[in-house]
Every structure is written in C-alpha cells, then in structure tokens.
Design a protein. Structure first.
Length: 116
C-alpha cells in the first residue's frame, strides 16, 4: 500500500511531535519520515518550548494528555494522534492485541491541516 507523499510544492512539511514517551515518539516518527516529512520530537515541556522557539514548524501532533499544553504554548494547529489509534479485535484466545496506529488516516489528517 502506498501512502500519498505529503509535501508542499515548495518545501517539506515540518511536524512537531510532542510525547513524553520516547518509544511511542519513535513509533510515530517512522511512518512520518518514511513519507519524507520532517519531524522535530519533543519529550518534555522544555523541549516543546525550545522547538517552538526555533520555529519553522507547520503543525503539531501529540496525544490527548499533551493537547492542552501544546495549544497553550503554540499557535500551530494541533492534531491529537490518539484519534488514529485503535484496538484491533481480540485474539481467539481472548487476549488483547497491542493498539495500532492507522498511519494512513494519521498522515492524511496532518496533510489536510497543512494544506487546507
């Protein structure tokens, strides 16, 4: 399956990814960079502020817990990536599978916000 390449005609799209869990941030970064998007990752409030001060960002993405602080600290559009996370059906033995990211929907949402 091919995901649309999310680039503006003149430059790469720059995404601010705020999440205090480096493992989750890494898992989210992979599908974004594979689509030629630039990702700046912030794991703390100070990292978030530093990235915002540096500038050059088009959109921010974070989890539900980070939406309020991200909106408070920046005027960038903020996308809640939790909206693209789903729990797959249980296994036949009744065990839960790990939650998964619908990366196609997530990247499309970022693209829709950056290019209205």
């Amino acid at each position: 399956m091919q995901i649309m390449t999310l680039q503006s005609k003149s430059r790469r799209v720059n995404i601010l990814l705020y999440n205090n869990n480096p493992t989750i941030a890494c898992r989210l970064t992979e599908p974004l960079t594979s689509q030629n998007l630039t990702v700046t990752t912030a794991h703390s409030h100070q990292d978030l502020q530093d990235a915002i001060n540096f500038g050059g960002l088009d959109v921010a993405t974070t989890n539900t817990a980070g939406v309020e602080i991200t909106r408070w600290m920046t005027t960038l559009p903020v996308i809640n990536f939790d909206a693209s996370v789903f729990a797959p059906p249980r296994k036949a033995d009744g065990k839960n599978l790990a939650k998964q990211l619908d990366s196609v929907a997530f990247i499309k949402r970022l693209f829709d916000v950056v290019r209205p």
